[in-house]
Design a protein around this ligand. Structure first.
Ligand code: BG6
Length: 487
């Protein structure tokens, strides 16, 4: 361990998802995914983006007949599919040690149900991982990041149907065999807990198709299927790739009580326990007692296969990864003003500033999250998303002075370092969207996270040229100094 706390092998880098960067939605045999029907609505308010993300059969029908990629930004992404070499070269210039990407399931199995994989899709990721390795970047690969085949959503209501486990296991098996010499670090499902808050994007669930009065039960049934699938592919990965490391991935929604009133404390405690539900299952290999009690109270009945509990118990993860953008506050008083956060809302915290999208900036919350996660699981941790979505201004000379982003990151790095010095086993930091990409929640381009600017607006106009922001040079120095030079 070096004197600043980060190990020499610390994985500095960035993270992205196929559906937010690749574009080329109908190229080289790719099938349609649930991300390809996500519509950009120019006048939507931040508060409304939940409704914006709910998907109906009618919206899907409209999207299927609409070939336009202006309205569906994830169809065009930032054209990473064709420009990945240029982008990887820029990441390498910053000194990235690792890069998190995801595999679009629909490039490999366009409808999810094919007998044989699509060779062109497989070849694309082989080229991508080979180039990453050539540049000295460790690939960290997510198997499912918000983009299952649309066909599986339409035909089976997505993960609500148990059969989807088999399709996912097959897809993953093909990936492990093909990339076994290139990829060691795998994540099964991005933010696996998010299906509870947003059933379509990660789970392909169209709520109106759920049996009457059974929406919540259907969602928990779907996450159960994802848990089983995750455990099965973890086992398969360990078998095929001997030195592989498989991680779970959660949305870390650290929640504070709004006051020391015991009602507020109890409420925030329960919110935090719900947040730990999925990682508890994937790390401890069993459902938390309190979740099972909640199911009983709500008359939620989860159908389990005879071996499911055994599968979950046997095939737990090697490490825990998570996204962290902001903290939340909760109060028993329902009248209090609330603010937006990542797929959720919380009571406004008077001690914290917010981004333009209402997400409350809380670097200490990152340290708290790291300490809590490590204390709970005692597994190595990997931060696989963190960053600040902001509007950037391009000056006349082409420069972009994003000091707000640098400040956000600097303060988070200080806390991260303190957590490591307090004993947390953190082996990497992959910031979200090292290059500007399409926002998952709002489908905007103008919500930018990158060190690299992409010339494209919300409607898809622009040259797609890449340019370096001030934060590019700053992050380069951070990596060069292994987290020591933060000025
Ligand atoms: C995470 C997702 O929830 O947050 C990413 O895994 C997403 O895909 C990121 O992009 C930031 O959210 P947004 O809404 O700003 O894109």
């Amino acid at each position: 361990m070096s004197k600043n706390g980060f190990s020499k092998e610390f994985l500095w880098g960035g993270a992205m998802a196929a559906n937010q960067v690749e574009g080329a939605w109908n190229v080289d045999g790719k099938g349609m995914s649930v991300a390809d029907v996500a519509v950009y609505k120019p006048d939507i308010s931040v508060e409304d983006f939940y409704a914006h993300n709910a998907m109906t059969s009618e919206m899907i029908e409209t999207a299927l007949s609409d070939k336009d990629d202006k309205k569906y930004p994830k169809r065009r992404g930032i054209d990473f599919y064709h420009r990945y070499k240029e982008d990887l070269a820029l990441f390498a210039e910053m000194g990235f040690k690792a890069l998190r990407v995801s595999i679009a399931w629909t490039r490999i199995f366009p409808t999810g149900e094919e007998e044989e994989p699509n060779e062109l899709g497989l070849q694309f990721y082989e080229n991508l991982f080979t180039e990453m390795r050539r540049l000295g970047m460790e690939p960290v690969v997510t198997l499912s990041h918000y983009e299952m085949p649309l066909n599986l959503s339409i035909k089976y209501n997505g993960w609500a149907e148990r059969k989807v486990i088999d399709y996912f296991v097959k897809f993953s098996n093909v990936c492990f065999k093909r990339y076994k010499h290139l990829v060691k670090y795998w994540l099964t499902f991005n933010e696996i807990d998010s299906i509870i808050r947003n059933p379509f994007r990660p789970g392909g669930i169209i709520l109106e198709r759920c049996p009457e009065g059974k929406q919540e039960e259907t969602i928990y049934q779907a996450i159960h299927h994802q848990f089983v699938a995750s455990a099965l592919v973890t086992a398969d990965c360990h078998k095929i790739i001997k030195d592989s490391r498989v991680g779970c991935m959660i949305t870390k929604l650290t929640t504070y009580p709004n006051s020391c009133h015991p009602n507020d404390v109890e409420l925030s405690l329960k919110k935090n326990l719900i947040n730990y539900f999925s990682s508890d299952v994937q790390v401890f290999g069993e459902y938390p007692k309190m979740i099972e009690k909640m199911f009983e109270r709500k008359n939620i009945y989860i159908k389990m296969g005879p071996e499911d509990r055994d599968i979950l118990r046997k095939h737990t993860v090697d490490f825990v990864s998570f996204s962290y953008y902001m903290s939340l506050t909760e109060s028993a008083n329902e009248e209090l003003k609330r603010t937006s956060a990542n797929t959720i809302t919380g009571v406004k915290n008077p001690y914290l500033p917010s981004t333009d999208w209402g997400w409350q900036i809380d670097p200490i919350g990152l340290k708290i999250s790291l300490i809590e996660l490590y204390d709970r699981y005692k597994k190595p941790l990997l931060i696989v998303e963190n960053g600040m979505g902001a509007v950037d201004k391009v000056e006349n000379d082409g420069s972009i002075h994003d000091d707000y982003r640098i400040n956000y990151l600097r303060e988070h790095f200080k806390q991260m370092k303190e957590a490591v010095e307090e004993g947390v086993d953190l082996f990497g930091y992959l910031s979200w969207g090292p290059i500007d990409l399409i926002s998952v929640s709002t489908n905007q381009m103008s919500k930018r996270y990158g060190y690299i600017y992409v010339d494209q607006d919300d409607e898809g106009n622009g040259t797609l040229d890449r340019s370096r922001k001030d934060s590019f040079y700053w992050y380069k120095k951070v990596i060069e100094s292994n987290g020591e030079d933060l000025e």
